[in-house]
Write a new protein. Structure first.
Length: 212
């Protein structure tokens, strides 16, 4: 059989290797997480700004003042609790705080997926993904703070001024924001911004399979 026949009979370009993708993704995740830890106070700060806006708009009865810095979000509330002191019962207001970076670790996950898939227009997609993740991080952060307020005031009847279904909504929102969103949102963002990778796997001969 001559060289021409071999060229004609040669198989099409193989699809991207899933094994290679997962190995590269793991390596990139370790490297990027180490770098992200150093810059996370600043990359997560915009999500804290969004969380503050959401809290002030959605729970004005509870919120007195929100203070931000790169590592913490502190909330002074209007909620009062009764505590037992040496001189008898005392009333005090609830303050809660959280770390924005605690729910922002999806960024290195998203970037690791982009790099492992050898995505084209990497910088543009990375910036778009970063912006896309911010509302989800703000959701998790906001419900963390709401849950803290609700739990702190639970022992003082009438303080919260909300119904039972609203408290259950806060509980479910907290669970979803803490257990699901931080890991699910970067994967969804990557799927939205890098569909060509799966097209290359499902249809190796498709034009979208060619990577830059």
């Amino acid at each position: 059989m001559n060289a021409t026949a071999l060229a004609v009979a040669s198989p099409p370009r193989p699809a991207p290797s899933l094994r290679r993708f997962f190995l590269l993704g793991l390596v990139w995740l370790v490297v990027l997480t180490a770098g992200w830890i150093a810059v996370s106070p600043w990359t997560s700060y915009p999500s804290a700004v969004l969380a503050r806006m959401g809290l002030e708009a959605g729970a004005p009865y509870w919120i007195r003042k929100v203070r931000l810095n790169p590592t913490r979000i502190d909330v002074e509330t209007r909620l009062e609790v009764v505590t037992q002191g040496p001189a008898g019962k005392m009333r005090g207001e609830i303050d809660v705080s959280a770390q924005p970076a605690h729910y922002a670790y999806g960024l290195p996950v998203f970037l690791a997926l982009l790099l492992a898939a050898r995505s084209r227009s990497l910088v543009r997609r990375a910036l778009l993904g970063y912006l896309l993740l911010l509302p989800f991080q703000a959701f998790s952060l906001g419900f963390d703070l709401l849950k803290q307020m609700a739990m702190a005031a639970a022992g003082t009847p009438g303080t919260l001024g909300v119904s039972q279904w609203q408290l259950e909504g806060i509980a479910y929102g907290y669970q979803f924001g803490v257990l699901v969103l931080p890991t699910l949102s970067p994967v969804v963002a990557w799927l939205v911004l890098d569909r060509e990778f799966f097209q290359a796997i499902a249809a190796p001969g498709h034009p979208a399979a060619a990577r830059a």
